[in-house]
Structure formats: structure tokens, C-alpha cells
Design a protein around this ligand. Sequence first.
Ligand code: GMT
Length: 379
Amino acid sequence: MDQPHKIAVLCHSGAGGSGVVATELGLMVAAAGHEVHFVGNTMPFRLMGQHGGFRGPYFHQVSGFAYALFDQPYPELATANALTEVILEHGIELTHAHYAIPHATAANHARAITRKSRVLTTLHGTDVTLVGAEPAFKHTTRHAIERSDHVTAVSHFLAQQTHEVFGTEREIEVIYNFVDSDRFVRITDPTVRARFAHPDEALVVHVSNFRPVKRVTDVVEVFARISSEIPARLLMIGDGPERARAFDLARELGVIGRTQFLGSFPDVQTVLGISDLFLLPSSNESFGLAALEAMSCEVPVVASNAGGIPEVVEEGITGFMSDVGDVDQMADHALKILRDREVYNRMGQAARQAAITRFHPSLIVPQYLKAYGATIRQA
Ligand code: GMT
């Protein structure tokens, strides 16, 4: 190992992909012998039960601040302040900020105060796409990106979109997301699957935060077409603003009895491990980590061809892609996989193979460690 580094991590703590990547990466970096300190309002959910050993990773809570004069708690300032303390107390050399705003902004602020820690920012998508549609954060996001010491993006699509949206020449290194293929595996125990489906039923799954960008009503539309042809069940994992609309549509289309909304489900690998098909019809997706986790479990993907999805799913090999909103073609693709055991097995095996050969932590984590080392050594 190169010299051990002292790293701080800022990320969202919810069930979204950016928090998952930040947490899994932090755990692996700590396991490789580096000192990792998460700083945030709440503990990232995949860190729960994993931290606290003397080797870390450590978690430092940002304390909220309410004062009668202030109409807002100013979380970015509170984060910058807490991070400053962690940098000074633990000799942090680099802050890894997942998302330009608010995290890279807070990290750049703490660097300006301490004149110590460097900042590596990973773009996950929503900051860039949000700004593409909403200029309110354009200057602060561009500034956060341009002033970071190193910038990475989770797909070539996102790197290119960042250059276009911000008109910046900033060099952006593409480092793909990864999946732990030891944990995300096929589960062959029939008693686990029996909890959700009969042996003759195809098990279709969707995992997301049910934001409008995920088009969860398309998931229900596609499933209704599938289940009008073959026995099938749909598992909807996650929660968010579009849940009620998806639920109403499932009732309207007469598939509510074959659909289960399981809410935020911490043990997502178990559900993916028993599923037959993953649906991801998003209108935009910088990468699609949930699809990759499904692939690792030998689950073929039927998706839209939006954003960075084609960098993860190989057309006709590990899944099929259609134009956004083309639910008829997505259903045809799903049936092509689910009706033919040979196609299903071939695609499932190829999906697992792709997860291992292209997105294994042993390929991706060293890219981050190399970027950490180079950024820390920058003059
Ligand atoms: O997909 C979401 O809405 C959650 C979001 C997040 O911040 O967690 O996911 C983004 O980052 C993930 C990890 O890099 C990517 O796999 C997702 O594609 C990306 N989401 C979008 O681009 C919509």
C-alpha cells in the first residue's frame, strides 16, 4: 500500500445511489488501511452497523443550529464548520465530496478556512441535470466544480453533460460506479423466493427513490403488459413522491394484486437475488447503480436508453433499451427474456459477467485511491 491517507467524506445519507457509492467506497478505503471520516447530518444508511471499530470509518455528526433571527438553518455553513473541525483535529489531507452542491461547496469552504485539506468532487448527476433545467444554482455549482482540486464523474455521459451545461473546460476523470459481486449474488434457496412469488411466476423488480425522473408509472405500464401475457409479480422497492401515482395506476390497470410496494428495503440484495427482470425506464440516469446491482445478481435489465445507461447495459447482451416512454417496446423486450429460458439464462450470466469484469470494486476502488494520492500530492 502507498502511504495511508486521511480522508473526509461528504455525501447524502439516504438510500440514493450516490450515498451508497460514497459509503461502500469509504468502507473499502478504510479496509485498505486508510483513515476515513464521514461528516454529515445523519449517518449514511449503509454505514449503520459498519462503523465504530478502531480502524473506522468514523462518523461525525453536524449539529444543527436554529436561531430566531435566521429563517433557515444554513446546513452548508454548518457542514463546512464541522468539516473544518474534523480537518484540523484529525489532519485530514483530502475531502471527497459526493455532489458539487452542497458538498463540494462546503468542502471548498473548509479548505479555504484551514488552507489544508484538498477537495476531490464526484459528480453523480442530479446537481448537473438540475442546473441544466434550473439556473438558480448555476454559478455556485460551476464554482464548486472549477475550484475542486480534482473532479470525477460516474459516466462519460455525465462528464460531457457537465461540460455542456456549465460551458467549462474543467478536466473530469470518469470513474464508473462499482458493485460488490460477493454480496450481490443469485439466491437459489426456493424458500426465499416463495415469500414473494409462486414458482411459475416471473418476478419483475424496480428499485428507486420514486422521483419523477424514474418514471415509475412506466414501470407499472410495462408490468401490466407483461402480466397480461404471462404469470408475473412486480416488486416496487423504495419510496418517494411518485409512489401514490404508481399505486393508483396499478389499481386502475388491474395489477395491484400482483404488485407489492415494499418501501425502503435495506436488504435490497435479497430481493434482487431472487428476481428475474429489472425495469429502469428513467427519463434521465447518469449511471443506474440499481441496474448494476441487479446485473450482479444475474438479473437482465430492460431500460430506457437515457443518459449513461448504455454505458452500463449492453444492448441485446445484458439487457435491452428503448426510447424513454416506449412502454410497448419495453414490454416486448421483457417478454422476449421471460418467455425464453435460454435467452434469460444467457443474459443473466452475461449481466453477472459484466458486473465482475467491468465494475468490480477491485477495478474501480484503485482508480479512486490513485486519484486521492495524486490530488494530495498536487503542488
Ligand atoms: O437516482 C437518484 O435519484 C439518486 C441519485 C443519488 O444522488 O443518489 O442517483 C444518482 O447517482 C447514482 C450514483 O452515482 C447514479 O447511479 C444514478 O444514475 C444518479 N441518478 C440520476 O442521474 C437520476
